[in-house]
Design a protein around this ligand. Structure first.
Ligand code: UGA
Length: 367
């Protein structure tokens, strides 16, 4: 099988390479300006890296030339960090919509299977979040996320936090339209909080920005600073091991008839936590791996979303995926619980932090 990957050097891309290159029947040609997370694959004869972004016409033409021999194009390129949605809105819209349009058009032109990484953010907020406190939170019809029937609910245009979700939704609709108009074969993946080694970076200076919650909490533990809980830490997320998520992607590649022309939630329903619960779980795991029991009481402080992310931030309250589609089509069910995910992930952060103490953080352009 020949696979083309745009954005192969980020967190998800690096784990996808680990999974697919462990087989001897898969050949990968990838594009990414960053290679730090995939250095161990650079000498592999079944992997070719073009160390550049796929934005200008000349590079896109090179991809198209190579795509003729490929079975599928996987697109992972994105700016996908919540702290940038309201602070770099133009770049977020360009990267998640306008930079992807030529890639979708190209796949339609050469009639190649496009596997596009979207986001659970396209669902926006749940219906239940608009009801008075306490009402209907036990009714799954009002919070469960079904790929083909749940309405996508976003805030007003003036609230720029929704730039990312909206751009991702638009490109999903564009792919869908190409399928219905031109028969473009596609798969859309909606990841729900993949956690694992090599995710994000530990910020060292103010200009390094704000990574996602896992790295924020890790940074606080490593630097012995308080963990910050945005708006009381009541937002809920379901956490899935990135390695298990990659097994789902491998199944899609192996069963194209079951995977094509569908959208899949990829997550783990059993690992739902509030951000406060996640902070507590991470304190306990860090006490275990560091051997320092005092981390179980590591300070946690509350901070408003406005202070943490800047004006215009609004949170997705809850993301509980319906996984019927991925179970039925691909026979995939994740099994790792939160502790099993956090232990190796937090060890990786600690080891990288200690090893890279005096270096610049790695800023991934691609998720
Ligand atoms: C992000 C992306 O926007 C999604 O596209 C992506 O699918 C998702 O990550 C993912 O990893 O799958 P989100 O879960 O909102 O979505 O991102 P995080 O930065 O990880 O934030 C999760 C929650 O933690 C939010 O409620 C945030 O306010 C909170 N948070 C974050 C804290 O309480 N403290 C922090 O220090 C950082």
């Amino acid at each position: 099988m020949h696979v083309t990957i745009i954005g192969c050097g980020g967190f998800v891309g690096s784990h996808l390479l680990d999974r697919l290159l462990s087989r001897d029947d898969i050949y990968i040609e990838g594009w990414d300006p960053e290679a730090d997370k995939i250095i161990h694959h650079l000498g592999n004869p079944r992997f070719t890296l073009h160390k550049t972004a796929c934005i200008d016409a000349a590079e896109l033409a090179r991809v198209e030339e190579r795509l003729v021999d490929s079975d599928v194009l996987i697109n992972l390129a994105a700016i996908c960090n919540p702290s940038e949605y309201n602070t770099r809105p133009l770049q977020v819209i360009r990267s998640n919509l306008f930079d992807v349009i030529p890639i979708v058009d190209m796949c339609a032109r050469v009639n190649k299977w496009l596997m596009h990484f979207s986001t659970s953010e396209v669902y926006g907020r749940t219906l239940s979040s608009y009801l008075p406190d306490g009402d209907a939170t036990d009714n799954p019809d009002l919070y469960e996320l079904h790929e083909d029937s749940t309405p996508l609910i976003m805030g007003p245009v003036a609230n720029q936090r929704w730039t990312y979700a909206c751009a991702k939704q638009m490109i999903e609709r564009y792919i869908y339209a190409h399928n219905s108009s031109n028969g473009l074969p596609f798969t859309i993946i909606r990841p729900l909080n993949f956690f694992g080694p090599k995710m994000d970076y530990i910020p060292r200076r103010a200009e390094d920005g704000v990574p996602r919650v896992l790295a924020c909490f890790m940074a606080a533990l490593l630097k012995r600073e308080p963990m910050q809980l945005v708006d009381g830490g009541s937002a809920r997320r379901t956490i899935v091991a990135v390695e298990e998520a990659m097994a789902a992607i491998e199944r899609m590649l192996d069963r194209p008839a079951n995977a094509r022309n569908r959208t899949f939630n990829i997550g783990n329903r059993a690992n739902e936590v509030t951000m406060r619960e996640l902070a507590h779980a991470m304190r306990d795991v860090f006490a275990e791996i560091s051997g320092d029991e005092s981390y179980r009481e590591h300070p946690i402080v509350d901070v408003s979303a406005e202070t943490f992310y800047g004006p215009g931030y609004e949170d997705c309250d809850r993301r509980m995926p319906d996984l019927t589609q991925v179970q039925e089509c691909l026979d995939w069910t994740p099994s790792r619980d939160l502790r099993e995910i956090l232990l190796p992930t937090m060890r990786d952060y600690r080891d990288r932090y200690n090893a890279e103490k005096d270096e610049q953080p790695v800023r991934a352009v691609y998720g």
